[in-house]
Design a protein around this ligand. Structure first.
Ligand SMILES: Nc1ncnc2c1ncn2[C@@H]1O[C@H](COP(=O)(O)OP(=O)(O)OP(=O)(O)O)[C@@H](O)[C@H]1O
Ligand SMILES: [Mg+2]
Length: 465
């Protein structure tokens, strides 16, 4: 029996659906070849590493591995593997209802991709064949906004653009009021351009006047009480500190809090914008990478400088942005700034740069995520040559800043600005209504400690070892 599989990748960049190329997966390899017509367009391709200008008509091939059965930008279209993942379970229930039962491993991923690998985050759409692609692009549903009612099932029906053909089957299998459990459930919807007013529609699939696309993140109150309020506050804090931050609104569904965040992977005419996470970029170039935190911030800075693949157009600006993000993550008690929480976009002038901020939630509020940083930097905690003690926090920040090309004067300016702009953080945390006191106290302790360390560095004292 042949285990070979094939699919096609399309994109709606500039609002014109185009076939990008053909994907093949054998038992050992994943292969992709750009279409000649696509190459003539001079548009971005699958990802930064798999650059059409570099590969041309040459087939890109990569050995399948435990972590990556597919090229990383394509793998990104599959919902995460955790068994309790909401999107994954929804897709599997749908597949069950059309007779595709007992799926596991890569068989499941592949079937999930074929029914939901389009219209999601980013600019890539996967289909079983060109006919299915053309049908999907040529038949966008008429866009309508609906009042969110208490009937969550009704709303869900409007949400599920993936399954529009078989939506009734989906509703019957999922039930009218699905319990929203598992890893943070997210849905893509559209709302009025002027902002959240209680009405939602399916995600746009063509130029649509008067609406904007958002990600709706539902709060999982049992596991992360108050996370919606925390994330919203963190986004405000980043905006106040000078970062580019999407508009966002706290809303409620049947009393369940959720955060609607405007998408930066769609432009004003609702066309997709090229976006790629650093995880996809680095895993494309480094086949041995095994997780979204299997790297260091210092190496990101180095890659921005010297990688043969241009990650950002302006390396100085890119490294400064990275430095600011890491410092903010320390100051706000995030700790979860991994490679999937940093992405690159290509804007309408063909400039590559970091996307606006997303997912900056101060996760140290929750004991299961209470760590200073999910990724190493500046050899923090390591014993390096010439040292008899592990590198401390201030020294690590100092070393990392050097890798970002930040000089002392600039360091002082950036760190004091960020400390200054976040000076009322503690009182903002105290004002949160839905975060339990114990979580607030933990977070306040962590941020006081980080501020103390960074403050010492500003006073010009020698970094503490
Ligand atoms: N405003 C946005 N516009 C476009 N893409 C976004 C936006 N916010 C997040 N994303 C993309 O969606 C992904 C998931 O979002 P986010 O990081 O906020 O949620 P998460 O809770 O980490 O989800 P997961 O548990 O699935 O990683 C991000 O890695 C990013 O690629
Ligand atoms: Mg994330």
């Amino acid at each position: 029996m042949s285990t070979d599989r094939s699919a096609v990748i399309w994109t709606r960049l500039h609002n014109i659906p185009r076939k990008m190329g053909q994907l093949y997966v054998t038992d050992k390899e994943c292969r992709f070849t750009y279409d000649a017509d696509y190459l003539n367009l001079d548009q971005p391709g699958l990802g930064l590493v798999y650059d059409p200008a570099y590969f041309g008509l040459n087939t890109i091939s990569r050995k399948r591995s435990e972590k990556f059965n597919l090229l990383p930008p394509v793998q990104s279209l599959i919902p995460p593997l955790q068994e309790d993942n909401f999107q994954r379970n929804l897709a599997l229930k749908y597949l069950n209802s059309i007779g595709k039962t007992g799926l596991s491993g890569f068989d499941a991923d592949w079937e999930i991709l074929k029914v939901s690998g389009r219209g999601g985050i980013g600019h890539l759409d996967l289909f079983e064949d060109d006919e299915k692609a053309e049908h999907w692009y040529n038949n966008p549903p008429v866009h309508q906004l609906h009042e969110v009612t208490d009937e969550f099932g009704f709303s869900l029906k409007e949400f599920m653009a993936w399954f529009e053909d078989d939506i009734e089957v989906l509703i019957q299998t999922v039930g009218p009021t699905p319990s929203v459990g598992g890893a943070i459930p997210k849905l893509l919807v559209s709302i009025p351009e002027t902002g959240w007013d209680g009405r939602i529609g399916a995600p746009t699939r063509q130029s649509t006047v008067g609406v904007t696309d958002v990600i709706l993140k539902f709060e999982q109150t049992n596991r992360y009480p108050g996370i919606t309020e925390l994330e919203s506050m963190a986004l405000d804090m980043y905006r106040n500190a000078g970062f580019d931050v999407p508009r966002h609104w706290i809303c409620h569904f049947k009393g369940m809090p959720a955060l609607a965040i405007e998408r930066f992977d769609r432009d004003a005419s609702r066309a997709p914008v090229f976006t790629e996470t650093l995880y996809s970029i680095f895993a494309s170039g480094l086949p041995n990478m095994v997780s979204h935190y299997d790297y260091t911030y210092d190496n990101i800075a180095k890659a921005i400088n010297v990688s043969p693949v241009r990650i950002v157009n302006d390396a100085t600006e890119g490294k400064e942005h990275l430095f600011r993000c890491v410092i903010m993550s320390l100051i706000t008690g995030n700790g979860d700034l991994h490679l999937e929480n940093l992405s690159i976009l290509i804007d309408s002038d063909n400039v590559r740069r970091f996307t606006p901020i997303y997912d900056p939630t101060p996760m140290r509020a929750y004991s299961q995520h209470d760590m200073i940083s999910v990724m190493p930097f500046g050899d923090y905690g390591d014993i390096v040559d010439g040292y008899d003690k592990p590198i401390g926090l201030t020294e690590a920040v100092h070393r990392f800043s050097a890798h970002c090309g930040i000089r002392k004067k600039q360091f002082n300016a950036i760190v004091s600005e960020l400390l200054d702009k976040t000076a009322d953080y503690e009182s903002m945390i105290n004002q949160l209504q839905t975060v339990p006191d114990a979580n607030k106290e933990r977070l306040i302790k962590r941020i006081a400690d980080a501020r103390k360390h960074l403050g010492v560095m500003l006073d010009g004292e020698k970094p503490q070892r």
